[in-house]
Design a protein around this ligand. Sequence first.
Ligand SMILES: Nc1ncnc2c1ncn2[C@@H]1O[C@H](COP(=O)(O)OP(=O)(O)O)[C@@H](O)[C@H]1O
Ligand SMILES: [Mg+2]
Length: 198
Amino acid sequence: MSAKEIARGAEAIVYETRIAGIKVILKLRNPKAYRVAELDMQLRSSRTKKEAKIMSRALAHGIRAPMLVGVGRASICMEKVDGKLMKDVRISARTAASAGALLGALHNAGISHGDFTPANIIIEGSGRLCIIDFGLSEITSGPEEKALDILLMKRQLAKRLYGGFTRAYARTASGSAETLRRLEGIEERGRYQSRALE
Ligand SMILES: Nc1ncnc2c1ncn2[C@@H]1O[C@H](COP(=O)(O)OP(=O)(O)O)[C@@H](O)[C@H]1O
Ligand SMILES: [Mg+2]
């Protein structure tokens, strides 16, 4: 079996390979030499388990994410989703609104994504969005984590797209008013802190 490396992040290496002729993605958490070996294996294994668990929770809620094929101690095998990363295209108003609805659905499923950026969203041929990379996700219903998901995307989106993104989010997510208020609070804190540093 040959595997082609397609991405290498701080935590994981991502390969594309085939199982029985079907394209799959293998995400492997690599060992860290600076950690004690036993602890390193424990950490990689618990983070892998958590990522797979949250991914299947999203799938169970009808959210478009890669199908899980299998989970190893430090590896996740999943469907390869065809399409373009949102970060690599000129983002349309429709895509921005779809991203807002996607985030609302994740939050309704009790998931904060933790890295909700255009680098972790694949636009499939049909225009449908698929969310990937649950490596920093948490099961939560807290407004702070949810607000931080919105803030991360806000920082990546052009101003003209942000309104459509939040409107779609607000239509989809239950309790969105509280989350958006929390977001304002976080931004206010940020402005206050940067003034204090001047
Ligand atoms: N299921 C998938 N289908 C297609 N491409 C994927 C899939 N999972 C990951 N990738 C590709 O690999 C890259 C890194 O994967 P990701 O899960 O985001 O890892 P990291 O934690 O390193 O950011 C993604 O940006 C995407 O290009
Ligand atoms: Mg990623």
